[in-house]
Ligand binder design. Structure first.
Ligand SMILES: *[C@@H]1O[C@H](CO)[C@@H](O)[C@H](O)[C@H]1NC(C)=O
Length: 292
């Protein structure tokens, strides 16, 4: 009985099966045909998401940029340096992993014996005494030519690359240490001619390389970011606005001047007091002319 039933059953399903198989095949055929037509005709998809996902996966698989022939002063290879625009107002750009932890430790090591209380460029009427408390860090200046290990030279070249301003426009590195409670009240790096008198050259941009993590506090702040806090009398001690937490090896670049050369009022910035730990930073000020 069993075999008979089976063969009879088989016969029956085979009779029904053929049309079903035909239907399924046609379905797949038309689905495939319609699908390829959709792709070929770039039909915009309602949410836009599926297409952007396709584009994203293509971008990831894109081969590295192949270097083209370079000029005498150029470079023969192509590199990429990660960056994030933190703000357009003021223009502030972040570079994660700009230097290695080893490079950072080396810079601390070579400067820590020479630290002295940081000083200020004084405006008329200002004295060391009446500006006490504005900048309480310790620091020292060191140029790349003073560093036999070549670490500062490499970092200087990398800064020149990301700013597209030659290294000769940079002042010596100012390596700073902020201990608990130490700060730099909000200020401008550029010199207002009316306040500081005529200058040989002007500071265009500042590059901060964080040499250490800071457990708590010590953020670089831009209190006027996007026009915030500008209306009422802002207290330069106050840590408000855009705050950047120091992370060892990361870089922060911001511009004090607009492209037309006038000072960006939003470039006001400061260093919040360190609450826990210690903050080490190497600062490079970049001028609009070769700096001697
Ligand atoms: C310079 O550029 C800024 C920003 O675009 C603008 O607000 C300012 O008016 C310009 N100043 C001059 C003198 O052109």
């Amino acid at each position: 009985m069993k075999p008979k039933t089976k063969s009879g059953g088989f016969g029956q399903s085979a009779k029904l099966g053929l049309p079903i198989v035909f239907c399924i095949c046609s379905l797949f055929f038309f689905a495939g045909f319609f699908g390829s037509w959709l792709l070929n005709n770039d039909i915009p998809v309602a949410s836009g998401r599926p297409r952007s996902r396709i584009l994203a996966s293509v971008a990831v698989e894109e081969p590295e940029f192949q270097a083209v022939s370079n000029g005498e002063t150029g470079e023969s290879s192509a590199t990429s340096i990660s960056s994030q625009i933190l703000s357009w107002k003021p223009l502030a750009i972040y570079f994660p992993g700009f230097a290695s932890p080893k490079q950072c430790e080396k810079i601390i090591e070579m400067t820590k014996e020479n630290l002295e209380p940081s000083t200020l460029a004084l405006r008329s009427g200002e004295t060391t005494e009446n500006t006490k408390g504005i900048r309480t860090s310790s620091g020292t200046f060191i140029s790349s030519s003073d560093d036999q290990t070549g670490t500062l030279g490499l970092i200087e070249q990398k800064i020149a690359k990301v700013t597209s301003i030659p290294a000769s426009h940079g002042e010596a590195f100012n390596v700073l240490r902020y201990e608990i409670g130490q700060r730099y009240m909000s200020h401008y790096d550029a010199f207002h001619a009316t306040e500081y008198g005529p200058q040989k050259s002007q500071r265009v941009a500042s590059f901060l390389l964080y040499l250490s993590d800071v457990e708590e506090g010590g953020e670089t702040m831009f209190p006027y970011e996007n026009g915030l806090n500008m209306d009422d009398a802002y207290d330069p001690k106050k840590c408000v606005g855009l705050k950047v937490k120091p992370r060892q090896g990361d870089g922060l670049l911001f511009y004090s001047l607009y492209p037309n050369g006038t000072i960006d009022p939003l470039s006001l910035h400061g260093s919040c007091p360190v609450i826990k730990g210690e903050k080490w930073v190497a600062t490079k000020w970049i001028r609009d002319e070769v700096f001697y």
